[in-house]
Design a binder for this molecule. Structure first.
Ligand SMILES: Nc1ncnc2c1ncn2[C@@H]1O[C@H](COP(=O)(O)OP(=O)(O)O)[C@@H](O)[C@H]1O
Ligand SMILES: [Mg+2]
Length: 268
């Protein structure tokens, strides 16, 4: 059985504006069915506005869908009682695109990474200190970086702090919503390598939300493309993705320029 099953999710935001009062709001998600196996990464692609982040929020338990179910480790997320939801939240973490707004600027790295530990664990001071040092080193920073504040880190380093916080409780699934999109190419590559390492050493699963096929391809096992709130393409084996004839796949392939100018086909 899959770690995460998303079944027939349909959702729309309810406009409160008077103008829309009598109108049926358009569905942002229509009948979405997806699954993620343990230790696997599903790359969720799509252009801006396709509904990727909304689906991410539905999976995280932040946006109750109008129809459908989110089954995490066999439990219906929106049907679970409070304490079950709390324990699900521990196994289900998130990293967002904007590393600076994801953290409290008044907290240092130790406080940021330590927050989930304090909420869920009862570690001694010594254990807490040691765990944070280990987490910082796991994400490629120094244990001494614990005293630094967000403004003292680069974007790439701060995203590592966000990743350290996300893995602090050894979750099963991390939703990465455009988590590398605001980084420069060098840092993107480094963070993607880190995500691949963490995935194999901790058996993590990811929902990797992005508009960038290159980034998705490098971490994902399976790929899906969303269009206007629907899953337009689902490719269980990423090595088959570039052969698919679906127009949205062809558009994506054409938008990735070949390394050598001679082989570039510029999309019309
Ligand atoms: N909180 C919200 N309230 C109302 N509409 C929203 C909200 N969040 C997103 N939307 C709308 O839902 C659609 C899908 O948005 P989103 O899920 O953010 O797409 P993506 O992440 O693929 O860019 C867009 O039309 C967007 O304007
Ligand atoms: Mg988004």
């Amino acid at each position: 059985m899959g770690l995460l099953l998303v079944e027939n999710i349909t959702h729309s935001y309810n406009p409160s504006h008077l103008f829309f009062k009598n109108k049926q709001s358009a569905a942002v998600l229509s009948d979405i069915t997806l699954s993620i196996e343990e230790g696997q990464c599903l790359g969720l692609l799509g252009t801006s506005g396709a509904g990727k982040s909304t689906l991410g929020k539905v999976i995280l338990g932040l946006e109750k869908p109008q129809k459908g179910q989110v089954i995490f480790q066999g439990i219906d997320l929106y049907d679970a009682d409070k304490s079950t939801r709390r324990s699900i939240r521990r196994d289900l973490q998130v990293v967002f695109q904007d590393c600076y707004s994801s953290v409290n600027p008044r907290m240092n790295a130790e406080q940021i990474i330590g927050e989930p530990l304090q909420n869920y664990e009862t570690l001694s001071l010594k254990e807490h200190y040691r765990t944070i040092g280990e987490l910082l080193e796991t994400v490629g920073l120094k244990a001494d970086d614990r005293h630094k504040y967000p403004h003292q880190f680069s974007g790439g380093q701060l995203q590592r702090i966000n990743i350290a916080r996300a893995i602090a409780l050894k979750p099963k699934l991390i939703v990465l919503d455009e988590a590398v999109s605001s980084l420069d190419m060098v840092n993107q590559t480094k963070i993607l390598c880190l995500l691949n390492e963490l995935k194999s050493s901790f058996g993590l699963s990811y929902l990797f939300i992005t508009h960038d096929i290159k980034a998705a391809y490098s971490v994902s096992d399976t790929l899906a493309v969303m269009e206007k709130g629907e899953v337009a393409v689902l490719c269980e084996d990423k090595s088959q993705f570039f052969q698919l004839e679906h127009p949205s796949v062809r558009k994506m392939v054409e938008s990735v320029l070949s390394e050598h100018p001679r082989y570039r086909s510029i999309p019309k």
